[in-house]
Design a binder for this molecule. Sequence first.
Ligand code: SF4
Length: 375
Amino acid sequence: MEVREKPRSDFQYTVVGPGEYFIDEIFQGHKFPTFYTEKRLAALEFKLTDGYKDLVKTWKKVSLSLKTFEGCYWGKCYFCTYNESYLNKQKSLSQERANILIKTMNGINKTLTKLNSDLSVSFYFSHASIKRKNLRHMIEALNQYKKGNYSWVSFMRPEMWVKKHLADIGATKGIIDIGFEIISYRDVVNKGASVKEHVSLALAARENNVPVYGEFMYGIPKTDIKDMLYYLFGMCRIKHTLLCVALGQLWVEDCTYYSKNPDEFDITLYDVAPLTNYGQTEEEEEEEEDPKYKSGFAAVSGFTLKKGQRKWIGMNKKFLQAMEVVLEGKPETWEYYPDYMEKMEKSEALKIAHTFFPKEKELSYEIADHVWSIS
Ligand code: SF4
């Protein structure tokens, strides 16, 4: 429970943390202070009501979100609100809690597959980027306690240490959800990751049969043509490693580093950025003229550049059109699940780059050579 507004007169208690112990004990006559912090872990019991039991029998796949821990140890990406929006900053995960989580997953999987033996179950861990120590705890618990054929998904940053864990992740049916954001020669979003880390990790995941969900973003202020070409070639190089692609246009939210420091990025903010319309809208698709595209782009971003807006939008538009070719379809929604994507050769990537960025042939050759030299 949490209270953000002034308490009403009939309000008596605030409990920070799981409230079920409090409710149970207060009915037994126990006394509590008005503001009470519950330190016990939430009970992880899973029960299905009769209505759900019938539904489960009709499902083919189910993905359940499981609370692991909060916050992000990195916490620096300019566009991110994660650490601002979640009040509970429990960033660490003990081995004890990891063990409880895996045993809980076993129990849930058993309950569901007993009702429907063909059901494919996966668990999405609720944390943002996982740090090395927390991943070790989860892997140890998975290796020791996992029972059942379910899969699990963990969000992570592209860091080289993850490679050491890929064999274990693959062996326990893990999927890694990576925030690539933009594969660029500069770290334009303060992600703390280089082109080499982005590309090398995705390729290593593929070698270990670990599927990758890739999160990408375009429309970042101050990006230049070299950033976009790196991004395009990076995507071409790793596309066959991706099971799911989320490609969306940046929009600047309150509480982000962008919204607090617009002058640093030479941007003018709108009061309210819309919450929908990731990616290209239908209106933009039908519109041939740049001015309309320009206004559509700005309305989704929630900001405009103080200088060079038109040129920058043109570059982003070309990038998005090139991506439609690379991804073998039009990513119309925030999440896009390609059936299967073939490995792309350097020559094919160059052909796409030359089609959409014909004036940048020399730069394209240079970047393609660099991106394809990464193993
Ligand atoms: S790594 Fe992810 S969760 Fe962490 S600050 Fe960056 S975008 Fe936010």
